[in-house]
Design a protein around this ligand. Structure first.
Ligand code: HEC
Ligand code: HEC
Ligand code: HEC
Ligand code: HEC
Ligand code: HEC
Ligand code: HEC
Length: 262
């Protein structure tokens, strides 16, 4: 009986997830500007306490750290607002405060060279405010190899050419562990025979994401165990969890469907 209930539930979830995206058809989505692509607004508590909502910029942080460091070692959820960060957590060295402590990055308050108190609240609580940011997107982008969509930056090439170096370890937060070898590259076959096959590179993904960002929550470690469709990727699941919000977007068909067809 329990098993039957579970099957019915699973079916219901499946049906629901297949129908849900249909609501998105018939309209063009807004397309974020390159400097806004990957930005996350965090506002569980700020507005209620008369602070502007926090804007977190992936482009700035991913140019310095691996995804793994933040989403595994520090423990940020991969969902806007999902972590339920409090200012107190930050002040006690968790979440944003793992770095924004005056050592790794600026603290909420600082003292200038002339001994004046400087408040950095607005640099994080920035939505809807005029803020003089210290790190400028367009200055940064000029030095980077270009791509068509997303941030307009070829992040893989930037890393390969050593234009950016990624920290994967944070003293006092990360724990040393041995490496697991990548299982190698393989092809993913679309069910539609006219679509070119995808070469999936574990090596390239593991560089940024480690193993834990994908396994076991997004993908099983046995190939073909959990079938999924392109429509589900467009709805932000599986590959689409990263490839629309932070990594290059689903719009860039040919960057995934690369294998030449003759
Ligand atoms: C400096 C830390 C940091 C780094 C580095 C980082 N992230 Fe995030 N990420 C966050 C935070 C913070 C959030 C929002 C969490 C919250 O609001 O609770 C987030 C949210 C996300 C989301 C959900 C976004 C949405 O709009 O749905 C995805 C997907 C994601 N990150 C993927 C990545 C990937 C892929 C990388 C590497 C290319 C990466 N992150 C690098 C901190 C980071
Ligand atoms: C490094 C980024 C950062 C800085 C700097 C920062 N905050 Fe925050 N703060 C956050 C984040 C993230 C949250 C959670 C946002 C939310 O969910 O609404 C938060 C939440 C808050 C909240 C909501 C109450 C709560 O329980 O969390 C208040 C009030 C607040 N901050 C005040 C301040 C003040 C005042 C300063 C400057 C002295 C400051 N913050 C500086 C990141 C920052
Ligand atoms: C792994 C370390 C790390 C974590 C975690 C982290 N940051 Fe940062 N952040 C940095 C570094 C490094 C810089 C750039 C150097 C600096 O300005 O001190 C930076 C810069 C920023 C800036 C740029 C401000 C400007 O003037 O251009 C903002 C805004 C910011 N972080 C917000 C956040 C928020 C909000 C969180 C948490 C949700 C967060 N950061 C978590 C390391 C981190
Ligand atoms: C970007 C996401 C991602 C990352 C990061 C990732 N994997 Fe995978 N992995 C996948 C996908 C997708 C599959 C295939 C799943 C399918 O076909 O259902 C897979 C399959 C596997 C398999 C089965 C291979 C086979 O031939 O059956 C193993 C083993 C595996 N991964 C181990 C790892 C290890 C170890 C790491 C870290 C070094 C890692 N993965 C990092 C996405 C990822
Ligand atoms: C955990 C987040 C995450 C997931 C899940 C994920 N990717 Fe990626 N992927 C990335 C990041 C980060 C990059 C680096 C490029 C960028 O950020 O634009 C990347 C790069 C790529 C590239 C570019 C490789 C190259 O040689 O240029 C391809 C192709 C790709 N992903 C396909 C996939 C496919 C197919 C899946 C699902 C089976 C998938 N990705 C799942 C994060 C992810
Ligand atoms: C992030 C990588 C990625 C991007 C970008 C991408 N695809 Fe796919 N696509 C996949 C994967 C993985 C599958 C295989 C799903 C499966 O197992 O059948 C797939 C399958 C398909 C299929 C076969 C039908 C199905 O649902 O399996 C079609 C058609 C398709 N994609 C069209 C597109 C089009 C059109 C675009 C651009 C608008 C696009 N794809 C962009 C990864 C991607």
């Amino acid at each position: 009986m329990k098993k039957l209930l579970a099957t019915v539930l699973a079916l219901a979830v499946l049906l629901f997830s297949n129908f849900a995206p249909a609501a998105d058809f018939g309209l063009k989505k807004k397309r974020p500007k390159p400097n806004e692509f990957g930005n996350v607004v965090i506002n569980n508590f700020s507005s209620k306490q008369n602070q502007a909502p926090v804007v977190f910029k992936h482009w700035l942080h991913r140019a310095r750290y691996t995804c793994r460091l933040c989403h595994v070692d520090i423990g940020f959820a991969m969902q806007p607002g999902g972590t339920m960060i409090h200012e107190d957590d930050n002040r006690n060295g968790l979440y944003c405060g793992s770095c924004h402590n005056g050592k790794e990055a600026f603290a909420p308050e600082a003292t200038s060279l002339t001994g004046k108190k400087v408040s950095n609240c607005l640099r994080c609580h920035s939505q809807g405010k005029e803020v003089d940011f210290q790190v400028d997107f367009y200055e940064f982008q000029k030095k980077m190899p270009r791509e068509r969509f997303g941030n307009g930056i070829d992040w893989l090439k930037a890393e390969e050419d050593k234009l950016i170096t990624l920290k994967d370890y944070l003293e006092g937060v990360s724990i040393k562990r041995s490496k697991i070898p990548e299982p190698g590259e393989f092809g993913l076959k679309p069910t539609e025979k006219n679509m070119p096959e995808i070469i999936f590179s574990h090596t390239k993904h593991a560089k940024w994401n480690g193993c834990e960002l994908c396994h076991p929550e997004i993908f099983p470690v046995k190939r073909g165990e959990q079938p999924y469709t392109m429509q589900e990727l467009f709805a932000g699941k599986y590959c689409g969890l990263c490839h629309d919000s932070v990594a290059f977007p689903n719009l860039d068909c040919q960057r995934c469907h690369t294998k030449l067809v003759y």
